[in-house]
Design a binder for this molecule. Structure first.
Ligand SMILES: Cc1ncc(COP(=O)(O)O)c(C=O)c1O
Length: 426
């Protein structure tokens, strides 16, 4: 069980785990304490409500092994696990700790804040800060240096600012990964900016180009044409870098889909996110993956309503017969999409029960008329598998994504911080 779910706090740079001053304070950077808004999640010890997410760490380790086995080429790339957005909703500190112990060589996150959360949790692995945002002042880069993080940069100004901070901090050199845009059109130096970026890197030996990376836009599409073209452009950019005397030690491009489909995109590091959590980014790509998260609650109220009665906001559900309705304390504020109103289902006693009426903020009703023996206190599963007296049933992330018109990534990252994560080590 993770122990690092601190309440919300706008803190100054926190002391290290021994309670001594942080490396940044010890450096006397003069910039004053860095203020970092730490994420909040209900800690399991605070959980009174029976709604919780159970995270199966054995399945996480299993998925890492499945991915390692998938990389069976001549030269195996390293796997750096992408743990942005609180490890896709699974709780980044516990997930990182598990992967670190399982021998993963590196991690990636989107935000500097996320990287700091992992360092505070005692994670010592290399952490790549992929979002490339360090704020307008020096403090962001100072944190990068003090916490030994790997910054992603994508423009010449960032490189110059980082070089200044490295000099001010009297550090030797800082390694960066340069992100280049090969067709995503989102973040990364564009073709016309590359000249200036390479010139800046060549001018500032304090900033060492350790990695060259790009992100693929269509690796899960039917047609891999766009991805192949992105990889061609990436190779071209690598050659341009060489002409400036820049030879990055590692190159990387693959998300889960590319690593499972296109060995030509493996390069030196692959960056799977969603596959680590048991989701195949395309149907059938990795059948051995196991879902890691399960969301469950319990029936807290049960009523029998007459034929013709309506329930919930807007009275959108009307009983077509005398019905038994169960109320469950999980709502859209917990990440159960309102789009599941009158469409989705949950599992009770090992059987599906349809959602009846509008999902509200904190509560949802189920029609359990056809679930014999349903009673207050029964477990209710909104996501995952349930074994019960009536059988075994599963509601997958993919099913919810299809029903709500979104993707598995959004379903996972929507499980809100109000739902405490419990870690299972079976
Ligand atoms: C830069 C980068 N690399 C890798 C990933 C991992 O992607 P996926 O979850 O599809 O494996 C992401 C997530 O979108 C990303 O933004």
């Amino acid at each position: 069980m993770s122990a690092s779910h601190a309440p919300t706090e706008l803190s100054s740079t926190p002391p290290d785990r021994n309670g001594t001053a942080s490396p940044l304070e010890a450096l006397g950077s003069g910039a004053g304490p860095v203020r970092v808004l730490r994420p909040r999640r209900a800690a399991p010890a605070d959980a009174v409500r029976p709604t919780r997410a159970e995270v199966n760490l054995a399945h996480l380790r299993h998925n890492l092994r499945v991915l390692e086995r998938a990389l069976n080429g001549v030269k195996r790339p390293q796997i750096w696990g992408v743990l942005k957005a609180d490890a896709y909703g699974h709780g980044a500190p516990a997930v990182a700790r598990t992967l670190e112990r399982a021998g993963i060589p590196g991690l990636g996150v989107a935000l500097l804040e996320e990287a700091i959360e992992l360092r505070d949790a005692g994670i010592r692995l290399p952490i790549l800060v992929m979002g490339g945002y360090y704020g307008p002042r020096r403090e962001g880069f100072e944190e990068i240096i003090a916490r030994d993080l790997v910054p992603v940069v994508y423009d010449a100004g960032q490189i110059e600012r980082l070089a200044n901070v490295v000099r001010l901090e009297q550090r030797d050199r800082v390694g960066v990964h340069l992100k280049v845009d090969t067709g995503m059109g989102r973040l990364g130096a564009t073709s016309s900016e590359l000249e200036a970026v390479f010139a800046m890197l060549a001018k500032h030996p304090e900033v060492r180009l350790d990695g060259l990376m790009t992100h693929l836009a269509c690796a899960d599409a039917d047609d891999l044409g766009v991805t192949i073209e992105q990889m061609r452009r990436f190779e071209e950019i690598e050659q341009r870098a060489k002409s400036f005397g820049l030879t990055p030690r590692v190159r990387h491009a693959s998300n889960s889909a590319a690593m499972l489909r296109l060995p030509a995109a493996w390069l030196d590091i692959v960056r799977p996110g969603v596959a680590l959590f048991g989701i195949s980014p395309r149907a059938g790509l990795a059948p051995d993956l196991k879902p890691v998260i399960r969301v469950r609650s319990e029936v807290v109220a049960l009523r029998t309503i007459a034929k013709g009665d309506s329930i919930g906001y807007g009275h959108t559900w009307q009983a077509s017969r005398e019905s038994v309705v169960a109320t469950v304390p999980m709502g859209y504020a917990d990440g159960l999409s309102r789009q599941l109103s009158n469409r989705g289902a949950a599992l009770v006693r090992g059987q599906r029960a349809p959602i009846a009426g509008a999902v509200s903020m904190d509560l949802t009703m189920l029609d359990v008329t056809d679930v014999p023996g349903a009673r207050v206190g029964d477990e209710v599963v909104f996501l995952g598998t349930q074994d019960g007296p009536l059988g075994r049933a599963t509601i997958s992330v993919e099913e919810i994504a299809a029903l709500t018109g979104t993707i598995a990534w959004e379903v996972l990252t929507s499980i809100s911080r109000r739902v405490p994560r419990f870690y299972r080590e079976p």
